[in-house]
Design a protein around this ligand. Structure first.
Ligand code: F7E
Length: 322
């Protein structure tokens, strides 16, 4: 029988890749789109899927819309990817961030409990929940204490905990994927990887004079979104609900990322990169490096992209499209 999946946040980077992956696996795909006054480009990432997926306007904060969507789609699997996903912006709009990323998950879980308690739920949890905490070897694992350092991270920790609580208390099949940073050509250009690559290409073409960044010394464990959405599906198709770290286990600083991209374009990043305090966060998460051995062993997940092939794909995209 055809399985039905509901994706919140389907218009985003992960939502669009996940929709493609599930369609390829033969799923019937439903998605929730939030109303936006600027409709242009809002659905650009899922443009190619028009006619193949079922889209409905809705919002995690509008419980009546969630009730209706769950009743109409009667999903086997629900992927909750909807969120205010920008960490620095979460300092500018903390209340909206917490409402959507935390209260929104309560709304969803309550609606699932009422309308489709047998549906499996995936929650997009984040490495931002760890804050500056790590094990003695410098890595983060499922068992590493979590001490988030942003409104975004705090809200994500709330929803991560709620998923575990509803799993135990109400026997819902509710799982967390704790995803480390994951990028692609579909990443919005106010995240650091695509911001650096896009601006470096524009500088090379003489369209921009320099690149303004914040903290160059933080380090991130970057994978490819396409690999990470496959992990989401594996997590929900595991025999029991559980929590899994998804990461590459390799880390790079923002400075080294700049060095690499500018050198690929025959430039020296020192000549173009300037620090602007505007992009420095009130509290920074300095170092992320995830140990995903549990997912690799239990789910058989492993990334197909390397750091290099991920970077090259994004660079090629901007060289062609700009
Ligand atoms: O920042 C530094 C910044 O915004 C990465 C989200 O998907 O991954 C993402 O969160 C690093 C930080 O990602 C700029 O301070 C320097 O140290 O690309 P980012 P993020 O904050 O790590 C996690 C796992 C999520 O869950 C989130 O939803 O780069 N950085 N200069 C800068 N960052 C930005 N955005 N812009 C700068 O100019």
């Amino acid at each position: 029988m055809t399985k039905r999946a509901l994706i919140t946040g389907i218009t985003g980077q992960d939502g669009s890749y996940l929709a493609e992956h599930l369609l390829n696996l033969g799923y019937e795909v439903y998605g929730i789109v939030r109303r936006n006054s600027v409709t242009e480009n809002q659905e650009s990432r899922i443009e190619k899927l028009r006619g193949k997926i079922n889209l409905t306007y809705g919002d995690l904060l509008d419980t009546s819309s969630i009730d209706k969507i769950l009743k109409n789609s009667n999903p086997d699997e629900i992927y909750n990817l909807a969120a205010q996903s920008h960490v620095r912006v979460s300092y500018e709009i903390p209340q909206f961030t917490v409402q959507t990323n935390a209260l929104g998950v309560v709304n969803l879980l309550e609606a699932v409990k009422m309308h489709c308690p047998n549906a499996k739920i995936y929650q997009a949890s984040s490495s931002e929940m760890f804050g500056n905490s790590c094990d003695d070897d410098g890595m983060q694992r499922e068992t590493t204490p979590m001490h988030p350092v942003s409104p975004y991270g705090c809200a994500k920790l709330f929803s991560y905990s709620l998923i575990r609580n509803y799993r135990n208390a109400f026997k819902l099949f509710a799982s967390n994927g704790i995803l480390f940073n994951h990028e692609s050509p579909r990443r919005a250009t106010n995240f650091v990887t695509t911001k650096i690559i896009k601006t470096a290409v524009q500088i090379k073409r003489g369209e921009m004079s320099h690149l303004e960044l914040g903290n160059l010394d933080s380090q991130r464990d970057w994978g490819h979104s396409k690999d990470y959405v496959k992990a989401m599906h594996l997590i929900l198709n595991h025999e029991k609900p559980d929590d899994f770290i998804i990461s590459t286990g390799k880390t790079h600083s923002i400075r080294d990322f700049c060095k690499l991209i500018f050198s690929k374009l025959d430039m020296n990043y020192r000549d173009y990169v300037k620090v602007n305090k505007k992009f420095i966060r009130p509290e920074e998460l300095s170092f992320l490096c995830g140990d995903s051995s549990k997912a690799r062993k239990i789910l058989g997940w492993k990334p197909e992209y390397t750091f290099e092939s991920m970077v090259d794909e994004i660079l090629e995209h901007f060289l062609k499209s700009l």
